[in-house]
Design a protein around this ligand. Structure first.
Ligand SMILES: [Zn+2]
Length: 106
C-alpha cells in the first residue's frame, strides 16, 4: 500500500479530504482507494474504491453473501459435531457411572 495522487477528490465522514492509496493486495493489485486521513484510532472508518460503481458493489455484496452461506454451513456442521460430542460424553458418563457402581460392589 502506498500513497498516490488521484484525479478525484473525496471527503470522508469527518468532512476532511480523504487520502488516496494504491492497493497492493493480490486480489486488487494497483487498484486505488480512498481512506480517512486521520490515524487509525481517530479515523471515521471511511473507505472507498476509486472505481467503486454500483456493479462493483453488487459483486462484492454477492461475494459476501456466498461467504456468509459458507460460514453458516460451517456453523451447522459444528453444531452437529457438538451434538454428537455431547452424546458421546453422555454415553461415557453412563459407562463411568456403571463402572463406579461395579467398583462399589467389589
Ligand atoms: Zn474521516
Amino acid at each position: 500500500m502506498s500513497e498516490s495522487t488521484c484525479d478525484t477528490m473525496m471527503t470522508c465522514f469527518c468532512g476532511e479530504m480523504a487520502r488516496c492509496f494504491t492497493s497492493r493486495t493480490p486480489l486488487n493489485p494497483g487498484r486505488r482507494f480512498y481512506r480517512c486521513s486521520k490515524p487509525k484510532i481517530k479515523n471515521c472508518g471511511f473507505w472507498r474504491w476509486e472505481d467503486s460503481s454500483l456493479e462493483n458493489s453488487s459483486i462484492e455484496v454477492n461475494l459476501l453473501k456466498s461467504k456468509l452461506e459458507v460460514a453458516t454451513l460451517k456453523m451447522e456442521n459444528l453444531r452437529e459435531l457438538l451434538n454428537s460430542i455431547n452424546i458421546d460424553r453422555d454415553n461415557l458418563k453412563k459407562k463411568l457411572e456403571s463402572l463406579q457402581s461395579l467398583n462399589y460392589f467389589m
